[in-house]
Design a protein around this ligand. Structure first.
Ligand code: CMC
Length: 393
């Protein structure tokens, strides 16, 4: 028996070296490959950020065009894959379908896949980034019984997703340029966040040499929970349940009550003990989007702002350094863009796929790559002898 460091929840254990994303939780700093998230949010596009996260540098114009071409080349899925949806009940949660259907990609791309060959790894990354929106939109189409829409490669990554989500064979969907930009920005902000639960899951699954498409399905599973990516859907449920600014105090009191497991959704973060920089950016985009696109969502946004203000002056939240996180305001924008609530976490998964594949690639190409294998502290029974059934009390 060995002596192991006990670190439940991995609060202070670094599981790897990584050069992809830097976070300083006390200062509220987030950088992709050294570039501040605020600059990328203002100046970049999701497809450029995807290139940056995967390859470490901002692309030159030709490299970006080449990358965009490759991604659009892979946007279609095998027709046989679409039949997987038939096995799902019409009202299955889209994340349940994502887990299964993305995992099924492993059944299409396996035979000659060599994870130690950088060209093969690139193809996996491109396929995943390209096909995830196609599968995600098909999940929604299954829910509402409409035909699956084929991708349109003349559109941007975000506009193509909206076309597949909202368009029908009878009517094209024209995405508003502000909505397209807002969606692209949300994708940028969600693209990576170093060793969060889902990324660590992808790494651990991949550490055995498993098929990367199956590893990403494992990441989607981990993301689904309300403590992680599922929080964006939970925030809207919470705001609707609160219903009115006058009821906020009651819910704050519940969140503070130690005998009540209730938590404010979209609040708190394992790493940020300061304002989540992504939440700050999303809050300001909320102002722009709601002003222009959907006045009807303003009451929810006003309630969210009020909730934040009340929490910001409450000792419980101050002492524990609990601030709004990335999920607090994102659902309000998604709704204003016409994206259904049960697709919010799927939106997160689309963006985070880039982070997952970037981390998987980094791990597999690391010369110190080895299987992940945490240890435990055994608290069970000491050795004892088997008791025959007749002698058991
Ligand atoms: N509402 C009320 N109290 C809270 C909350 C909250 N949302 N979050 C943390 N606390 C309290 C918690 O009860 C504990 O209090 P005490 O010290 O008295 O026991 C203290 O703050 C520390 O919390 P913790 O659970 O030890 O913190 P953690 O690092 O293990 O969990 C978290 C982080 C994000 C899971 C947690 O803050 C939470 O459940 N938040 C709500 C769900 C959420 O918004 N998740 C999205 C996270 S950001 C995006 C993503 O990762 O996908």
């Amino acid at each position: 028996a060995g002596v192991f460091t006990y670190d439940p929840g991995f609060v202070s254990t670094a599981s790897c070296h990584s050069s992809i994303t830097y976070i300083d939780g006390n200062e509220g700093i987030l950088r992709y490959r050294g570039y501040p998230i605020e600059q990328l949010a203002e100046k970049s596009t999701f497809i450029e950020v995807a290139y940056l996260l995967l390859y470490g540098e901002l692309p030159a114009a030709e490299e970006l065009n080449g990358f965009r071409d490759i991604i659009t080349h892979h946007t279609m899925v095998n027709e046989a894959l679409l039949r997987f949806f038939e096995g799902y009940h019409y009202d299955a949660h889209p994340m349940a379908m994502m887990v299964g259907v993305v995992g099924s990609l492993a059944g299409f791309y396996h035979d000659s896949l060599d994870i130690y060959d950088s060209h093969h790894r690139d193809i996996c990354a491109h396929r995943l980034i390209a096909k995830i929106p196609t599968i995600a939109a098909a999940c929604h189409k299954h829910n509402i019984g409409e035909p699956v829409m084929y991708p349109r490669n003349d559109l941007s990554y975000s506009a193509n997703f909206m076309h597949m989500l909202k368009g029908t064979p009878c009517e094209d969907y024209e995405v508003d340029p502000l909505a397209e930009r807002a969606l692209d920005l949300l994708f940028i902000l969600h693209a990576d966040h170093e060793q969060n639960a889902s990324t660590s899951t992808v790494r651990l699954a991949g550490s055995s040499g498993a098929n990367p498409f199956a590893c990403v399905a494992a990441g989607i599973t981990s993301l689904w929970g309300p403590a992680h990516g599922g929080a964006n859907e939970a925030v809207l449920k919470m705001l609707e349940e609160i219903g009115h600014v006058g009821n906020i105090d009651k819910y704050i009191a519940r969140a503070k009550d130690k005998d009540d497991p209730y938590r404010l959704m979209g609040f708190g973060h394992r790493v940020y003990k300061n304002y989540d920089p992504r939440a700050r950016i999303i809050r300001s985009v909320c102002h722009q989007v709601l002003d222009k696109l959907a006045d009807s969502n303003n009451p929810l946004f006003e309630m969210a702002l009020k909730l934040e203000e009340i929490a910001a002056n409450d000792e419980y939240f101050l002492e524990r350094k609990l601030y709004p996180n990335v999920d607090f305001y994102s659902g309000i924008i998604y709704r204003a863009l016409g994206i259904p609530d049960n697709m919010f976490t799927v939106m997160f998964a689309i963006a985070r796929t880039v982070g997952w594949v970037a981390h998987w690639t980094e791990m597999v190409s690391d010369p110190h790559f080895r299987i992940g294998r945490p240890r435990q502290i055994y608290d069970g029974a000491p050795q004892r002898d088997y008791v025959p059934m007749a002698d058991r009390g």
